[in-house]
Every structure is written in C-alpha cells, then in structure tokens.
Design a protein around this ligand. Sequence first.
Ligand code: C2E
Ligand code: MG
Ligand code: MG
Ligand code: MG
Length: 284
Amino acid sequence: RSKEKGGNSYHYYHPDMNKRSLHRLNLEVHLRKALERGEFEIYYQPIVDLRHGSVIGMESLVRWQHPDWGMVSPTEFIPLAEETGLIIPIGNWILKQSCMQNKEWQQKGLPPLVVSVNISAIQFHQSNFVQTVMDTLQESGLAPDRLCLEITENVAMNNVPYIIETLQKLKVLGVRLSIDDFGTGYSSLSYLKRFHVHTLKIDQSFIRDISSDEDNAAIVTALIAMSRQLKIKSLAEGVETMDQLHFLIAQGCDEIQGNVFSKPIPASDFEHLIKNNKQLYVNI
Ligand code: C2E
Ligand code: MG
Ligand code: MG
Ligand code: MG
C-alpha cells in the first residue's frame, strides 16, 4: 500500500476488501453466462385466498443453480444483476418464462391462476418496459389479468410523472399491480389509490413476531384495515405459523403466502399441488 495515494487507497488494498471484490467479480463473470447456460429456474410459491383456503395464484421466484456452487440466493445475485444491468435480460427471461408457464397450466385445464412477477426498479424504469410487457403477453398468449407485477415502494419514489404514466399504461393494458415488502420502504400512502394498486403485500418482518410484538400486531391490523377501506387486497408475506395465520384470519386479511402452506417449489411440484387441490383449511 503506497502512502502517497492517500486515504482511499487503504480501502483498495484492504485484504477483506480484496476478497470481497474478487468474490464479486467472480460472481459477475458467472452471472453473465448463467442465462445462456440455462442455470436459472423459476420456483413458484402458492398464494392462498383466506376466504376459501384455495390457491388463487403464485409468486414467481428465480433460482440460480450454479454447477459448482449449488443454489445461489436471489438476495445475493439480484442486487449484482441490478448493478451490472444484467437484470434486464434476466428479468425479461423471468417474465416470459412465468407468463408461458401460467398459459401452459391454463391450457392443461388448471383453475385460473394469477402469476406475480417481481419487477426490479431498473426494469421498471426502462423506457420500453410497457412494450416489453405487451410483447411478452402477446408471445405467451396469457390474458393480461393473469399477470401481476410486483414493485417495491422505492420504485414509486422518484420521477413520479413517469411512474404515473407507466402505471396508467399498464392499467389500460389490464395487468395487475402489487406493492411488495410494504412498510419497509419510503412512501406516501396517497399513491396507493392513485397508482391503481390491486394488492398490498405486507412485509414478512411485520408478520414474523405478530404474536409476541404488540407494535407489529398493531401495524398489521392497521394495514389490513386501511387496505380494506381503499378496496385494495391485503396479502401477508412469510406466514410460518398457525398462530400468525389465525391472527390474520381474525383481522380479515385477504390472502397469504408462506411456509405454513408451502414454500416456493419447482413448477412440476406446483402443478402437482394444484392438481391435488391442496387446501389451506384442512390444516387448521
Ligand atoms: P420477495 O419478492 O419479497 O419474495 C418473498 C421471499 O420470502 C422469497 O425469498 C420467499 O422464498 C420468502 N418466503 C416465502 N415464505 C416464507 C416464509 O414463510 N418464511 C420465510 N422466512 N421466508 C419466506 P427468495 O425467493 O429468497 O427471494 C428473496 C427476494 O429476492 C425477493 O423478495 C425479491 O425481492 C428478490 N427476487 C426473487 N426472485 C426475483 C425475481 O425473479 N426478480 C426480481 N427482480 N427479484 C427477485
Ligand atoms: Mg415479491
Ligand atoms: Mg416481499
Ligand atoms: Mg423481499
């Protein structure tokens, strides 16, 4: 480490830092090839309607199966994909795959399902995003109302005119919209109605200790009540226990997603689950 390079060079030569940037570089090199090598797979997590206890849709969650490293978590590679711009081709592939899969299940005679696809802010802010969604729907033949786009509150933070215009176009197209990880970002509540949001996904951090933490219980209760007033569906994410489930049912939550019913599973397992008509309320 040369002193004359000044304070910043310290970071550059720090052994931990070096290891980390090497790891990052290595990950990036592999991520660039993962798509063409067919290393991505979509898992589906059932979304259950609490009125009937039946599956009404699924969230599409990408998995990266690296030949040597095994499964790499999306929380690790999605941020890198966003930084490098790789999220565009990867995200387009995920969207197309999810729409085609849902269409295929429809053609096989499965009950109507809405597939929810996570959309990164980078994707959403591409000027051709709406066109990409239109093209994907056309290519797959999926009806627009069988597709839900999940965006986080932070997408809605800057460049509001562009967002309103984009969301208006998507509304005209007929696709659904949900706000993911609700309550963890920065947002003003006023946009919920203005943006024609269909579903508010209450972040799992509020659900986790719902039975023991009074504050989180109060927040979840308030969010469910507010959604109802705004005629927006409420969905609780990451529901793991029967206690949490009973609490949510008592509060009138509309939908749940979580390990209490099923974790995210490969497409073939999901199809099996639907064909066997797995119901929530037989577990209670
Ligand atoms: P998310 O969109 O909020 O997805 C929900 C996460 O909660 C998933 O983690 C899911 O496996 C996990 N989960 C579901 N039920 C439970 C539960 O009962 N308990 C616990 N502890 N966790 C549960 P996953 O699949 O690891 O994805 C993490 C995040 O990575 C996602 O959060 C999303 O932000 C991002 N992500 C995943 N797939 C995609 C994708 O296809 N595109 C984009 N842009 N982001 C994605
Ligand atoms: Mg999501
Ligand atoms: Mg979420
Ligand atoms: Mg999340």
